[in-house]
Design a protein around this ligand. Sequence first.
Ligand code: FEO
Length: 616
Amino acid sequence: MHCTRKITESLTWVGANDRRLAMFEGVYHVPGGVAYNSYLLNDEKTVLFDTVDKSVRQRFLENLEAALGGKKLDYLVVQHMEPDHSAAIAELICLYPEMKIVCNMKTLAFIKQFHVFDVDSRVFIVSENDTLDTGTHTLRFLMAPMVHWPEVMVTYDSTDKILFSADAYGCFGALNGALFADEVDFFKDYIGEARRYYANIVGKYGTQVGSLLGKMAALQIDMICPLHGFVWRKNISSFVSKYEAWSSYAPEESGVMIAYASVYGNTENAAEILAFKLRDRGISCVMYDVSVTPASDIVSESFRWSHLVFASTTYNAGIFVSMEAVINDLVAHNIQNRTVALLENGSWAATSGDLIRDKLSKCRNLRILDNTVSIKSSLKAGQLADIEGLADSIAMTFPGNSEERKDSLSAPDVIDARTMFKLSYGVFVLTVRNGDKDNGCIINTAVQITENPRRISIAVNKSNFTCDMILSTGVFNVSILSEKAPFSIFKRFGFQSGKTADKFDGYEYDDRAENGVRYIPEFTNGVISGKVVNSFDQGSHMLFVADVTQAFVLSGDPSATYQYYFDHIKPKPPASAGPKPGFTCKICGYVFEGASLPDDFICPLCKHGAKDFEKN
Ligand code: FEO
């Protein structure tokens, strides 16, 4: 008997669940089963979005037949050729011989690899932004390569604002009657399985997921229909924001995950003492024994927590087997942007710490603490200080716990302008165009202020020519600088005035957003176009509030923060050189070279005035 559910008047879920499967893809345990989603659009033409795994093929075919209600199937859209979604294509051709297969060129090649039927006579090839009218609906196809396989594409129903998202926004777990995420307590009961699905299935491809998110940002999406798990029709942004964090490898939670491998319990004992010491310091901590916790859970938890500790015994002069598998898995899944600490054990030659360090050193932006704790067989009282020291080192890396903070604490009886720089800021190139004149400047004050309507604010120093140009035109682009940005970008846009210089002189790119304003395509990870709806004179700066008219992601590279700029991008003077003659900004360290500082001088970096400079 068929088992289907209506999603909208014209859209029906015709998928099926498998609760007998032990290991999804032969690798990932699925204690709650798995759902294979397929959707039938019943318009003047009928359109099926993907099929299912062979294990549930029979139920799916019954569902489809019932949902068609005697109509023929006109189109099968193949968004993803992995066999858990394409196993029933051959049967469909037998049952609905007039059916056209809608897919892209890469998909066509995969169909021929997996199947032997004649596909060329019934294929309808699409590429980026191609559309298909089905009567009252228009389907638009967007390529999403490597969100999970190279051929993946998603489909946007621009009539009902539904995104058929393929593997994106999927979740492990069978559907237990509830098809919609708002019919369960998703963020309590399912977010762990959604994270585990993301991290293990597409975690390696954060950049590509980021590109899909960029395409989505330009669409109004009222519903998301993925190939696994729940359909989203409410509170979509809450799940999208998880994808934003995961795809950029940003930790979701501040705290420590300790994964340990222990043969006789002594490494576990040391790891557990460390956990208690961390908790003494107010730090959240979770622990997993890698010999019993599946690697997919540890990969998932590594995407969740900000700090990772790996504690491993040495085995056959190497890393303990189950720990080595986890570390290899993490490297393969591209884990990055974490602080890592190590603890090793060895009865005669402890090597696991260095070996883990070596493997993890291939990952991007992992801060691996130097002081590995090394124990011989078991922890002794004399080594408790090492554990305390490691707990201290880890604690110091949490925001607000650094030595710098301890050194700088003083009576808060005056306004210390440096405090403002403890707020976190990004760094951006703000670009404008007025007539034939392109201009830009560096700002650190772009903030999303509302979701609906989607608005941002920027603050721009009134002495900047860019500010005058925005006042004239009301449109601008914000290019978000990534950690790859070189100092030359800051020099070009921040260290000269657009009143006297052409800041784009010699600049090799001329990329423009839809508003006609240039943006910076290199060393940036995203661009937001704004149309001013309000402006406020706030003394030194104009505050502009703007509708977001376009936004797109350019890379998965982490955004540079203002602090990152000072720590890693801004050249440091040679230690022996001593201060340059001139004046140094007390706020940001910018050096003005010259015998006298004009009273109206504005720091090109932090925009503070002459009173915040001191003579060198
Ligand atoms: Fe569920 Fe990548 O397939």
